[in-house]
Design a protein around this ligand. Structure first.
Ligand SMILES: Cc1cc2nc3c(=O)[nH]c(=O)nc-3n(C[C@H](O)[C@H](O)[C@H](O)COP(=O)(O)O)c2cc1C
Length: 170
């Protein structure tokens, strides 16, 4: 691959007072350290965001999502649905956070959605339960190995899929 694949780190929460950017900042820093990707930030709360263009130009995704009432944020569904072919044959990883569950129920629902879009969700996840407390107490770094594993897996998939994406039989 001539250049590093582009990783879009998507901040999925948009509400006032959201915690999402704290988690997205942390993960983006891990991705920069990892070094295999050209890292781009995609914030669904940004009114100037051209989401379809951001998806089209990315080779891999890390969706940073909270859990709301055992699901994922409505604006994330709206954004995902606004793109038709841009997800095809691209890997998607999840960085989730929440109260007790760490956002894992939201992630399981998202796997079903991305399968319909011909994207490949990767098994490895990063998950923060009690996320506010973990970050406040400086324990986010405990998740550094999980972030590294997720990034390595995403990069493996991106490297494998970029050369053949155009011939996917969708
Ligand atoms: C409406 C609402 C519903 C929530 N439901 C859950 C839930 O089902 N499970 C959970 O673990 N945390 C739940 N939480 C906690 C959130 O995941 C946590 O507050 C997180 O910081 C929300 O992300 P945000 O601050 O980026 O919007 C809920 C929070 C809100 C505001």
């Amino acid at each position: 691959m001539p250049q590093r694949p582009a990783l879009a780190v998507i901040t999925a929460s948009t509400r006032d007072g959201r915690f999402g950017p704290v988690v997205a900042d942390w993960f983006s820093a891990r991705a920069e350290e990892h070094g295999a990707f050209a890292v781009r930030r995609v914030d669904l709360a940004d009114p100037a965001l051209d989401f379809p263009a951001a998806v089209d130009s990315a080779d891999a995704f890390a969706v940073v999502t909270p859990e709301y009432n055992h699901g994922y944020p409505g604006p994330l569904k709206e954004a995902v649905d606004s793109v038709h072919t841009g997800w095809i044959a691209k890997p998607v990883g999840f960085v989730s956070y929440g109260g007790l569950s760490g956002g894992l129920r939201a992630v399981e629902q998202l796997r079903v959605v991305f399968a319909e879009l011909h994207a490949v969700t990767v098994r490895d996840t990063v998950s923060f339960h009690g996320a506010h407390v973990q970050f406040r107490e400086g324990r986010a770094q405990d998740a550094d190995p999980a972030a590294k594993k997720l990034l390595t897996t995403l990069h493996w998939w991106a490297s494998a899929l970029v050369p053949v994406r155009g011939s996917y039989p969708a």
